[in-house]
Design a binder for this molecule. Structure first.
Ligand code: ACO
Ligand code: AKG
Ligand code: ZN
Length: 429
C-alpha cells in the first residue's frame, strides 16, 4: 500500500484507490506545508566547490550549470565573486548563458563583496553572516547590533540594483532564538526575497528544524530557504521537515558534495519528495537526467557514485531475497517506493545465491523460454542454494545450469538429470 501526501489517498500500486479517513492525513494537508510547492537552490557550483576534491574550471561550470538548468532546478548558486578573479568572471559568464534557472551568487555580509556581486549580472545575491556565539566570537567577531546594521546596508544596496536578495544566518541552530527572530523580522521589513536558515555544522534534527521553521514562518512574510549539512546524516530528513513546516526553498548539491561531508544531495531530496508527491516532482524535473548529472559531477571531482546512492546507486533497484523477489515479480510496489523506469533505471532480480526462492527461479526459467514444472523448479532451486552455500553464482552460470537441467529433463534420460544435479560446488581455495 502506498500513501500519497497530496491527495490523501491510499493506492495499492494498481488501479484501485480508496479514500482514507481525514485523521490519517491531517499532518500532510497542513496548509503551511510546502511539500508540494518548493524550489531547489542548487549549490554544486558554490557549496559543492567547497568539497575537498572540487575544482571546476569555467567550461566545467558551464557544463554543470547547463545540465542543472535542463534538469529543471529553479536556482543555481555560484561561488562568491570575491573569492578570486576567475570566480568573478565565471559569475559573469554563467549569468550571460540565458538559462531558465535564476543565477545567484553567495557573499559575506560586507559591502565590498556586495559591490562586486551586483556588477556580475546575477539575478540575485545570497548574503550570509554567522549569528552563533561561536562564529560571532571566533569568525567575524561582530555583535548582533553590528550584524543588523551591516545587513541593512548590504540588503538595501542589493535591492537598489533591482535584483533578488536573500539574507541568511550561518549556524542558525546554535544561535540565540530571540536574536535570530529579531534579525529576521528586521530584514523581512526591508523587503528581502528570502531569509535563510543554515545548519552549518549538521547538528539539527528534523524536530528542531520543524520547530524553528514553523516559528519563523509566523514571524516573516518572505520566503524561507534552508541549508542542511549532513554531518549526522539528517540533511534530507531535515529538508523534508523544513518543507513540512513551511520552508519554500531547499539548498542542494549533486551527490551532496560540499564542505566536510556536504549537504542535502539533490538525488536524495528528489527521492524523498517523489515519495511525497510523485506527479509534482515528475512535472518539475527531468528525472531521467539524474544519473548523468551525478556521473558528470562524480567524474569532475574524482569520486565514485556510492553503491547505495539514492535512485542511481548500482543496487538501488536490485532485489535479492526470495521473499522479496516473489512479491516484486507479482507487483513491484510491494518492495519499491520509487519506480525505476521514472528515473531511466532498471529493476534487477538476483537469483544466483542461497537466499533465492523457487518463485524467482521459475521467473528466470520462463524468461529463458524453458518449460519446467513447479516441482522441477523447486529441485533446481535447491541445487542453486547448494552451490550458493559455497559462493555467489554468476547469472550466466545459473542460466547454464537451468538450461542443462532443462535439456536433461527433455531428454527423458534419468542419468543425465542426475549428472546435472550432482554438479559438485567448487570450493574456493
Ligand atoms: C558556511 C559557509 O560555507 S559560508 C561560505 C564560505 N565561502 C567562502 O569562504 C568563499 C571562499 N572564500 C574566500 O575566497 C575567502 O575566504 C574570502 C575572499 C571570502 C575572504 O578572504 P580573506 O579576506 O583572505 O579573509 P579570510 O578568508 O582569511 O577570513 C575571512 C574574513 O571574512 C570575515 N567574515 C567571515 N564571515 C563573514 C561574513 N559572513 N560576513 C562578513 N565578514 C565575514 C572574517 O572576519 C575575516 O575577516 P578579516 O579579514 O577581517 O579577518
Ligand atoms: O548561506 C547560507 O544559507 C548557508 C551558508 C553555508 O554554506 C552554511 O552555513 O553551511
Ligand atoms: Zn554550507
Amino acid at each position: 500500500m502506498e500513501t500519497t501526501a497530496n491527495n490523501a489517498e491510499i493506492t495499492d500500486g494498481t488501479e484501485g484507490r480508496r479514500q482514507i479517513p481525514p485523521s490519517v492525513y491531517t499532518r500532510y494537508s497542513d496548509l503551511l506545508s510546502r511539500v508540494n510547492n518548493f524550489s531547489i537552490i542548487e549549490s554544486t557550483l558554490r557549496e559543492g566547490e567547497q568539497f575537498a576534491n572540487a575544482f571546476f574550471d569555467t567550461n566545467k561550470k558551464i557544463e554543470i550549470a547547463k545540465a542543472l538548468d535542463e534538469f529543471g532546478v529553479e536556482y543555481i548558486e555560484l561561488t562568491s565573486p570575491a573569492a578570486s578573479e576567475q570566480s568573478r568572471q565565471d559569475c559573469e559568464v554563467i549569468s550571460k548563458l540565458g538559462l531558465k534557472a535564476k543565477i545567484l551568487t553567495h557573499i559575506r555580509c560586507h559591502m565590498d563583496d556586495a559591490k562586486i556581486a551586483v556588477e556580475t549580472g546575477v539575478d540575485g545575491v545570497d548574503v550570509v553572516i554567522g549569528t552563533s556565539s561561536y562564529l560571532r566570537e571566533f569568525s567575524h567577531g561582530k555583535d548582533m547590533a553590528y550584524i543588523a546594521k551591516k545587513a541593512t546596508e548590504v540588503i538595501n544596496f542589493v535591492k537598489s540594483k533591482g535584483i533578488e536578495v536573500r539574507f541568511s544566518s550561518e549556524d542558525s541552530f546554535r544561535s540565540d532564538l530571540v536574536d535570530l527572530l529579531s534579525l529576521y523580522r528586521e530584514v523581512d521589513k526591508l523587503g528581502v526575497n528570502r531569509v535563510g536558515i543554515a545548519d552549518t555544522v549538521g547538528c539539527a534534527n528534523p524536530r528542531q528544524v520543524y520547530d524553528l521553521v514553523r516559528t519563523l514562518r509566523g514571524v516573516v512574510s518572505c520566503d524561507i530557504e534552508c541549508h542542511f549539512h549532513n554531518d549526522t546524516g539528517c540533511a534530507i530528513a531535515n529538508a523534508y521537515a523544513a518543507l513540512e513546516a513551511g520552508a519554500t526553498h531547499i539548498d542542494t548539491s549533486i551527490l551532496g558534495i560540499g564542505e566536510r561531508n556536504g549537504i542535502t544531495p539533490i538525488g536524495g531530496l528528489i527521492a524523498r519528495m517523489y515519495t511525497a508527491d510523485k506527479d509534482y516532482i515528475k512535472s518539475k524535473y527531468k528525472l531521467h537526467m539524474l544519473r548523468d548529472l551525478e556521473n558528470l559531477v562524480a567524474d569532475s571531482v574524482d569520486v565514485q557514485v556510492p553503491f547505495n546512492n539514492y535512485i542511481t546507486g548500482y543496487c538501488a533497484f536490485t532485489h535479492k531475497a526470495g521473499i522479496h523477489a516473489k512479491a516484486i515479480l507479482n507487483n513491484p510496489s510491494t518492495y519499491e517506493i520509487l519506480k525505476p523506469e521514472d528515473f531511466g533505471m532498471t529493476r534487477y532480480v538476483n537469483i544466483g545465491h542461497r537466499l533465492t526462492g523457487w518463485n524467482a527461479v521459475k521467473n528466470r526459467v520462463e524468461q529463458l523460454g524453458l518449460s519446467l514444472t513447479d516441482d522441477q523448479v523447486k529441485i533446481i532451486t535447491a541445487k542453486i542454494k547448494e552451490l550458493g552455500d559455497i559462493r555467489p553464482q554468476k547469472m550466466e552460470d545459473v542460466d547454464n545450469l537451468l538450461r542443462d537441467y532443462h535439456s536433461a529433463i527433455v531428454s527423458g534420460d534419468e542419468s543425465q538429470v542426475k549428472n546435472v544435479l550432482s554438479v559438485v560446488p567448487v570450493i574456493p581455495s
